[in-house]
Design a protein. Structure first.
Lengths: 100, 513
């Protein structure tokens, strides 16, 4: 029987995978995906809390987070495409004309 | 609609969130104005949009300041509140919006970037910041934070032909997402622990209940980390210099002031209401048991101590080595965030007052400096280095004088407003017993005056290196810059009025219960 603790641990692990992926990968698209994974791990946790507290508010929040995540992807991919036109590259280590 | 579980009336909505409603309607109308408006000259089109935007900000500002605000009001099931604190910071943000829209007209003419949607995005950015400040609900704070951030990401990427602008925007976007994911994680944990996302209810539940949980600390750390990204405290600052350098200069000024003001306002509200025992006016704690919350302060204060120290040192020391003036100002704005976190750290009434005062002053002088910067620049990125500034004092006496005034204010030299603001911040920290931090902070101010005065030196004491042609200085731009300069002098010589207002605003935080 999965308890609340299991869900918290699972979503924390997913969040950690997302954070580590974000910090260690070099492809900008993978960075997007990692950030999305972080948001979705939080969704999982919200649903779990909502279920175990018998309170529907948590599930409503998930819908809001979905909407925000979708908007983020739209803006982020647009910026990435305009940058890609200049650089022809999705490797974040190549985005280096601004430093120090 | 009683079956919704909360009462809702349109008149109440208008009373509490009227400023937000004005901005939403204004931005929706301006989208169509941008489409339908046909003018012969593209620059007239942009000027009309800019003036309309400034007008909507002024209407919202007038709405916010002309009425007598009650101490605490809540609307929409406790999502928004309108107390003097959030009204004050919202007014600062709106003021920044007015400066940004008026200066943008001149900026767009100089850069031949005639895009009407720029102003609509600016309206949405200001709307998001104000909604974030008025929200008393963590979820609403998160959504408003995203509305603000997404608009600002797009604005930062507005120079389509500039690789710098795109690169800065992408970095800002990626780290912004990363930061908001942390905020969201903290939100979820808080919800799980307390069963609510309303910050006053969180405080009530935490102060009597289950603080024993170490998860409270994790939640607090996550929420704080999310906000630190927006406040650009070291080591959460990596995006800031890049995006500040790449973005259009006016947007840089907007990000450095209004976005930061929003983040500082929310941080103050969150910490003062939900996670710190706050004393009411009688000097007595508001809750039966504030010990739990007092214990929380033991954890977050040392973290903020180190962050403030690191931010002041890294911001100022790295700024010294910059040759590009825009990037130098970016690092200096990081350092200013460090000074302001002294006030957050003090967490007493003086500290909160000092932060509010400094937000106003900082907005004025930062917009002034970036306003002159874009004029000298002519076309974005053409004359931004220190070498370009050599000898400009004789070629462009007015611009150089204004720039010198704003930089001296940033350095904190009397009789400018920057001096008074810094004085209050350091005084608040010393009153709370942070002697070492205040002393080290003053040391960094000395470092800071070196790089600010270096620009003034270049203006007046060196021969011009090459011909620099400043952009077209329009009447509006000059008018805004002179207003800003007068503001810097006025608040430096007669700060009492603003101090009083800021004090009233911070007192209203103590009564949010």
């Amino acid at each position: 029987m999965a308890t609340l603790t299991h869900y918290i641990i699972l979503s924390s692990i997913l969040f950690g995978i997302g954070a580590i992926g974000f910090l260690s990968r070099r492809n900008a698209l993978i960075l997007f995906m990692s950030a999305e994974l972080m948001l979705n791990s939080v969704n999982l946790m919200l649903v779990a809390f909502s279920y175990f507290r018998a309170d529907v508010a948590g599930q409503v929040m998930v819908i809001f987070v979905f909407a925000v995540a979708a908007a983020e992807v739209a803006v982020g991919l647009a910026i990435l495409i305009t940058l890609f036109r200049h650089v022809r590259e999705v490797d974040v280590t190549k985005f280096n004309i601004l430093k120090w | 609609m009683s079956d919704l579980g909360f009462s809702f009336s349109l008149s109440q909505l208008w009373q509490i969130a009227g400023g937000q409603l004005i901005l939403i309607f204004a931005s929706l109308i301006l989208i169509f104005v941008d489409l339908w408006l046909t003018t012969d000259e593209e620059s007239d089109h942009v000027a009309t949009m800019g003036w309309l935007t400034a007008l909507s900000f002024l209407v919202a500002l007038w709405y916010l300041v002309h009425r007598e605000w009650p101490l605490h009001e809540v609307v929409l099931a406790g999502v928004f509140s309108a107390e003097k604190f959030s009204v004050f910071v919202s007014a600062v943000v709106l003021l920044a919006g007015v400066f940004a829209s008026l200066l943008s007209i001149g900026y767009m003419r100089n850069n031949r970037m005639f895009r009407g949607e720029y102003f609509v995005l600016l309206l949405f950015a200001v709307y998001g910041t104000i909604a974030m400040l008025q929200a008393v609900d963590l979820l609403m704070i998160f959504i408003a934070l995203e509305v603000m951030s997404l608009s600002v990401y797009s604005l930062a990427a507005f120079l389509k032909d500039s690789r710098k602008s795109q690169e800065g925007a992408l970095k800002y976007f990626l780290l912004g997402c990363f930061g908001s994911a942390f905020f969201l994680f903290g939100l979820a944990l808080t919800y799980g622990l307390t069963g609510t996302v309303n910050i006053t209810k969180i405080a009530q539940i935490l102060s009597v209940g289950p603080f024993k949980h170490p998860v409270v600390l994790v939640a607090l750390a996550m929420l704080m980390a999310g906000l630190f990204f927006k406040m650009s405290l070291v080591p959460f600052h990596m995006w800031a210099p890049d995006v500040y350098e790449g973005s259009p200069s006016i947007i840089t000024a907007y990000m450095a002031t209004a976005v930061k003001a929003g983040a500082f306002g929310v941080f103050l509200k969150l910490m003062s209401v939900a996670f710190t025992p706050i004393l009411s006016l009688s000097g007595q704690p508001d809750f039966q048991s504030t010990i739990n919350l007092g214990m929380l302060a033991v954890y977050w204060k040392p973290v903020l101590w180190w962050l403030a120290l690191l931010t002041m040192f890294v911001g100022n020391l790295v700024a010294v080595s910059q040759q590009n003036v825009k990037r130098m100002l970016a690092y200096s704005s990081i350092a200013h965030a460090g000074y302001m976190s002294l006030g957050l750290l003090a967490a007493n009434s003086e500290g909160r007052m000092a932060v509010l005062f400094y937000l106003v002053v900082y907005t004025i002088m930062n917009f002034g400096a970036f306003g002159v910067l874009f004029l000298i620049d002519g076309k974005e990125g053409k004359a931004q280095t220190l070498e370009d500034y050599r000898g400009l004092g004789y070629r462009y006496p007015t611009l150089s004088f204004l720039m010198s005034l704003f930089l001296l204010s940033m350095a904190g030299l009397p009789p400018t407003a920057g001096f008074i603001g810094k004085f209050y911040l350091f005084a608040a920290a010393i009153k709370q017993g942070y002697f070492v931090l205040a002393a080290l902070g003053v040391m960094t101010c000395v470092i800071a005056s070196y790089y600010y005065l270096r620009v003034v030196w270049k203006f007046y004491m060196e021969e011009p290196a090459r011909e620099v042609v400043a952009g077209n200085i329009s009447f509006v731009t000059m008018g805004v810059l002179i207003c800003l300069a007068l503001g810097v002098m006025y608040f430096g010589i007669l700060p009492a009025g603003l101090v009083h207002i800021a004090n009233v605003a911070q007192q209203s935080l103590a009564m949010v219960f």
